[in-house]
Design a protein around this ligand. Structure first.
Ligand code: GRF
Length: 224
């Protein structure tokens, strides 16, 4: 059993299913040196809250509908996050645009996962848009969060094939399977002190990442 104090303290923010949260919970139960101190959802009935409770993790709801402005919500969210004193804030399907103030508060300490090969397809409906654009490859990206929506410094991407006959559901499932691998990996790099944000660039093992690390699953899938 790893000592608790040697684990990276996390707060995970969700709005929905929480399958990425589950991947982190499952890894933490094995060998990922993190302590998930809380899961916070802006959606009261998000399935991910149940996943947290089942894992014995504190599950909190902060419903955005009770707030008059985005600033007011984010101020309350920041205060709630800080109650748990995390070293890292993990956005895992948290479907809200953050205010610059909140982003600045956690600069270098907040990660997001996005279901596309950024900088392609920022925003919503990425799988539909990749199919409509006739792409042959697609994927997911883990990045540090900055003020630019889905535009922060990229750390790790998973690349998958788009196959003939794919629809958005089949493509989303193929991407999600890889999300569950790359998100715990980036968290591991941080937990092990191998990754940090230095100004505008992530630094991994002492090397500035002008481009993300890429895990390429395209060939595997062509053979499958
Ligand atoms: C994932 O596709 C993630 O990339 C995006 O939102 C989705 C969350 O899925 N940001 P889940 O809630 O982790 O299952």
């Amino acid at each position: 059993m790893m000592e608790l104090e040697r684990r990276l303290a996390l707060v995970v923010l969700i709005s929905g299913s929480g399958s990425n949260l589950q991947a982190i919970i499952d890894r933490a139960a094995r060998d990922l040196p993190v302590e998930i101190r809380a899961v916070i959802s802006n959606v009261p009935d998000a399935l991910g809250l149940e996943r947290a409770r089942r894992a014995g993790v504190e599950a909190r709801v902060l419903d955005h509908r009770g707030f008059a402005s985005r600033e007011a919500y984010d101020a309350a969210l920041g205060a709630l996050i800080d109650e748990f004193d995390p070293r890292l804030v993990v956005l895992a399907g948290f479907m809200r645009i953050l205010t610059p103030g909140l982003v600045a508060r956690y600069r270098g300490r907040m990660l997001n996962i996005h279901p596309s090969l950024l900088p392609k397809f920022r925003g919503l409906h990425t799988h539909e848009r990749a199919l409509a654009a006739g792409e042959t490859e697609h994927g997911a990206s883990v990045h540090f969060v900055t003020e630019e929506l889905d535009g922060g410094p990229l750390v790790l991407q998973a690349r998958v094939a788009i196959k003939r006959g794919d629809d958005s559901a089949s493509l989303a499932a193929r991407v999600l399977e890889r999300e569950h691998q790359i998100y715990p990996q980036v968290i591991r790099w941080l937990a092990e002190g191998r990754l940090r944000l230095d100004g505008a660039l992530p630094v991994l093992d002492g090397k500035a990442l002008a481009k993300p690390v890429i895990w390429d699953f395209v060939e595997d899938q062509a053979r499958a």
